[in-house]
Design a protein around this ligand. Structure first.
Ligand code: NAG
Ligand code: NAG
Ligand code: NAG
Ligand code: NAG
Ligand code: NAG
Ligand code: NAG
Ligand code: NAG
Ligand code: NAG
Ligand code: NAG
Ligand code: NAG
Ligand code: NAG
Ligand code: NAG
Length: 828
């Protein structure tokens, strides 16, 4: 469940988008060059009047201009001096219109076609909408048309076919529909054709293969279907080919693997099948980035890849590849930054071990090695410590790996995320793990680790997620785990851990997602420091031997949504302080030794849908409101002194006078066993369903990295839901990152996706701050966190986001300025 998470299905989708900005700058130089070309026709009075009228017409269609750019478009100066207008010096005809990133809202009028000498149009990154006018076709000198990052809709105007000098056509990131019109086959001068991130349909036209000077072709993130035309193989000067995230099927034509100039090739996230050609590296010697992940490729990994000596990115995850990892081959590629083969069927081969990893020691730039979800077997070799010291992400989870973690792991000082979950690893976890000071996530769950949890874990002060559940860890929890003050999630459940819960542990106030200690042998009380967990959403200490009273300080954990204390030896009453926990949705305190009355406030929790009080010693009358008025999520069996409640619960009626009750008690006693059994079955089946849902979200194969109990969401889904984080969906941004509005593809729910800006240093620190800040907003306005997504982008950088229910009229400001909001809250 690792790599999908970080390097999720969608990571590369944005590659065209990211590189787009680089080429964007290139494209801007095109019109400038052409400014020196002689005009096609002489201007004359009519000409310049036409230009002026057309420009003023454009100004009229601009409905919002917050930067007041258009103010300069007035009669006090010549239009050639207007902002964004460049004229030919002698003819005074408009050559270039450049109004990028001016926050303009409006339409493009047909009169744009009157600016007949235009060579370049750049309206990138505004909010132009409506259709692109057919009159564009009259601009027969046009060399560069760049309308990307707007909201243009409709179809690609067929009349653009007359702009035969066009060298750059960039309509990326709009809402353009329909197919690529065949008329465009006349644009034989095109160097760059960029249509990424639109709603284009149909097939990829084979005549694109006639564009002999094409250098880059980006068609990613549309709805193209059919196969990749063979003719594209004729583009012998092609350097960038981005066809990612479409519905392309069939095989990649072998002619494509023949384009020796190619250095970025992405077919990521399609339905392509077939084998990679054995000589791929010989025919693509310049290849630097190859994204073939999330397809249906089969066969083995060609060793000729070593001949693509400049290869940096190699991503073939989520395919059906078999055989071994040609590590000796890959070891020759010293520039490799990223190797991802997760979710395939690769195996260790004849040797049956993982010694091949030593060959990768020469890849000294390696930052990501993802081999999770394959069939690799054998012991982890010591040579793992010889991998690049730059390695940030190492994913080996869900294989058949045995043995223990070598001490040498401590050499990998840059490690950010280490995933070894769901293997057969055993032995103790070496102290050296504490050397990995940059570690943010450590996944060791579902293995056979034993011995103590190393106390050096307390050195991992950047750790945000620590998953050690389902192992055989024993002994007590080292108190210095309390130094891990960045932890958001901690799961030690299902081990053999004994001793008391260290105060230091429940004092980790950064814990804001979950704390799971269930199914161990913990004793003593739940320390009162639990009240420091004021951001925590899920607390589960069930299935231990905890005793004493439930600490009243628990009432400070006002973010709690799930509270599980069942199967312990807690005694005393339910503390009144718990009435503050109004976010609770699930409470299970069954199978303890609790007594006293059931407090009325439990009936007043607005979101509570599951309440299990069974097998305690509660007494008195059940409250009537809320969950008590609907027996489906309520279980009270095994509390023989309770009375009242819904008839369904079959408790005996509460007598008004105590003296009568002795008589009444007799009759129901006969009924109780049957009804109890029934209620128990119903309650348990509800419970099992609820739990199995939780469990599923832990490790569904294609699931993204999701926080337990929350709906899992993949990076790809986030990309889809926000239109690839389009400007249109940008609600706001600040130093922390950006908030986008999105619609979840699965259920159509409108969400706000907060993408944290982790480039500015202090990555995990800021994630915590954001979590904290946003959770406090959540509480005040009852905005619900739906999930969080943690991944990495194509550059290997962290990607973290939080997904919230969208508040149409919510306090937008508090989204944008969470820190101010925190302050205002503390003033409350
Ligand atoms: C049009 O061109 C004429 C002569 O070249 C010049 O005098 C006049 O100012 C121009 N008008 C505008 C509006 O630029
Ligand atoms: C554009 O040119 C046409 C003639 O070619 C003219 O009729 C029309 O008024 C012009 N529009 C503007 C806004 O200048
Ligand atoms: C016209 O544009 C000039 C140059 O930007 C500016 O200084 C002037 O204030 C503008 N006049 C009006 C009436 O907006
Ligand atoms: C888009 O325009 C806004 C506002 O002018 C600017 O802040 C932002 O940097 C631009 N984005 C890009 C990618 O150019
Ligand atoms: C399409 O382009 C042709 C050739 O430039 C031009 O004559 C025609 O007016 C254009 N059509 C429209 C609707 O503008
Ligand atoms: C593409 O080129 C081929 C060969 O030169 C030619 O036969 C074909 O007609 C061209 N296709 C288009 C749509 O121009
Ligand atoms: C690949 O290129 C070589 C040499 O240019 C050519 O002989 C061969 O036919 C091409 N193969 C394909 C499948 O296009
Ligand atoms: C490919 O690489 C191998 C191993 O480095 C080398 O022996 C072979 O000559 C290379 N082939 C070509 C065509 O460069
Ligand atoms: C690693 O690099 C060294 C020196 O460049 C070379 O001698 C060695 O053969 C390389 N190892 C592998 C596995 O390629
Ligand atoms: C790790 O690298 C060192 C130095 O290159 C070498 O001496 C050692 O044998 C390697 N260890 C393993 C386990 O491969
Ligand atoms: C943990 O930190 C302590 C104090 O900073 C240091 O002495 C110890 O060597 C560290 N342990 C490891 C395994 O890095
Ligand atoms: C529960 O409480 C009763 C009465 O205080 C006590 O006798 C019993 O031993 C307790 N049971 C457990 C499991 O602690």
């Amino acid at each position: 469940m690792e790599e999908h998470s970080r390097t999720t299905q969608g990571s590369q989708i944005l590659f065209a988008f990211l590189h787009g900005f680089v080429l964007l700058c290139m494209s801007m130089s095109i019109p400038l060059e052409s400014a020196t070309l002689p005009p096609r026709a002489s201007g004359g009075t009519f000409g310049n009047e036409t230009d002026r009228a057309a420009l003023l017409d454009l100004k009229k269609r601009i409905t919002q201009d917050p930067l007041h750019v258009m103010n300069s478009w007035n009669d006090s100066i010549h239009f050639c001096s207007w902002v964004g207008v460049t004229c030919n010096n002698s003819t005074k005809r408009v050559l270039i219109l450049m109004l990028n990133s001016k926050n303009l809202v409006g339409f493009l009028p047909p009169s744009i076609g009157n600016l007949s000498h235009l060579t370049g149009i750049n309206l990138v990154n505004n909010s132009f909408s409506g259709e692109i006018p057919q009159e564009m076709g009259r601009l027969q000198s046009l060399r560069s048309l760049n309308l990307s990052y707007n909201s243009f809709g409709g179809k690609i105007p067929t009349n653009i076919s007359h702009c035969t000098l066009l060298s750059m056509l960039d309509l990326q990131h709009n809402e353009i529909t329909g197919s690529i019109p065949d008329q465009l086959s006349s644009l034989m001068s095109l160097n760059h054709l960029w249509l990424t991130i639109n709603n284009l349909t149909g097939t990829i036209p084979n005549w694109i293969g006639n564009f002999s000077s094409l250098k880059s072709l980006f068609l990613g993130q549309n709805n193209f279907q059919g196969s990749i035309p063979n003719e594209l193989g004729r583009l012998t000067g092609l350097e960038w080919l981005g066809l990612d995230s479409n519905n392309l099927s069939g095989m990649v034509p072998s002619s494509i693997y023949n384009i020796s100039s190619m250095y970025v090739f992405s077919v990521f996230d399609n339905q392509l099948h077939g084998e990679l050609p054995p000589n791929i590296g010989i025919h693509l010697p310049n290849l630097q980035e190859f994204y073939g992940g999330a397809n249906k490729f089969t066969g083995t990994i060609p060793t000729s890849l070593s001949n693509s000596s400049r290869l940096r990115m190699l991503d073939l995850r989520q395919n059906g590849l078999i055989g071994t990892l040609p590590a000796a081959t890959l070891g020759r590629l010293q520039r490799l930054v990223r190797i991802s083969f997760s979710y395939n069927r690769l195996e260790s081969g004849k040797t049956g071990n993982l010694n091949f990893l030593s060959f990768l020691a020469n890849c000294t730039s390696l930052r990501l090695l993802a081999l999770n979800n394959n069939h690799f077997e054998g012991e982890l070799p010591r040579s793992i410590g010889n991998l690049s010291t730059q390695l940030k992400y190492l994913f080996l989870g869900r294989n058949l790996i045995r043995g223990s973690i070598p001490d040498d792991i401590g050499n990998l000082l840059s490690l950010n995320d280490l995933g070894m979950e769901e293997n057969y690893l055993s032995g103790i976890v070496p102290d050296e793990i504490g050397k990995l000071q940059k570690l943010a996530t450590l996944y060791l769950y579902t293995n056979r680790f034993s011995g103590l949890i190393p106390s050096s874990i307390g050195n991992l002060t950047s750790l945000t997620q620590l998953y050690m559940y389902e192992n055989r860890f024993a002994g007590s929890i080292p108190p210095n785990i309390g130094n891990c003050q960045s932890l958001l999630e901690l799961d030690l459940s299902n081990n053999n851990i004994s001793g008391t819960i260290p105060r230091e542990l429940v004092g980790i106030s950064s814990l804001s997602i979950s704390l799971y200690l269930s199914n161990n042998y913990l004793t003593g009380s739940l320390p009162s420091e639990v009240g420091d967990l004021i951001h925590l959403v899920e607390l589960d200490v069930s299935g231990n031997k905890l005793s004493s009273e439930i600490p009243t300080t628990l009432g400070s954990c006002i973010m709690l949504v799930h509270l599980h204390l069942e199967g312990n030896e807690f005694e005393g009453t339910i503390p009144q302080s718990l009435k503050n926990l109004r976010s609770l949705e699930e409470i299970d305190i069954s199978r303890n030794n609790l007594s006293g009355q059931i407090p009325e406030f439990l009936g007043k929790f607005p979101f509570l849908y599951y309440l299990n009080l069974s097998y305690n010693d509660f007494e008195g009358e059940l409250p009537k409101e809320g969950i008590f008025s609907n027996a489906s999520g309520l279980s009270v069996i095994g509390n023989n002194r309770l009375c009242g409640g819904l008839p369904k619960l079959r408790l005996h009626a509460c007598s008004i006078k105590k003296s009568h009750s002795s008589q009444r008690l007799l009759a129901p006693k006969v009924v109780i066993p049957i009804s109890c059994a029934l209620a128990f079955i119903i309650a348990m089946s509800c419970f099992i369903v609820a739990r199995s849902k939780v469990n599923k979200s832990r490790g569904g194969p294609a699931a993204s990295h999701s926080y337990k109990g929350w709906k899992s969401i993949s990076y790809l889904e986030l990309v889809q839901s926000t239109g690839s984080f389009s400007m249109d969906n940008l609600i706001g941004s600040g130093s922390f990152g950006s908030v986008y509005k999105g619609v979840l593809p699965t259920d159509g729910r409108v969400v706000a996706v907060k993408v944290l800006n982790l480039q500015q240093g202090g990555a995990s620190k800021s994630f915590i701050d954001e979590c904290k800040a946003l959770r406090s907003i959540r509480h005040r306005n009852l905005v619900k966190i739906i999930t969080a997504c943690s991944s990495i982008d194509t550059q290997g950088n962290d990607f973290k986001s939080l997904v919230f229910e969208f508040m149409e009229n919510g306090s937008l400001d508090s989204w944008l300025h969470p820190r101010d909001d925190e302050q205002s809250q503390s003033r409350d």
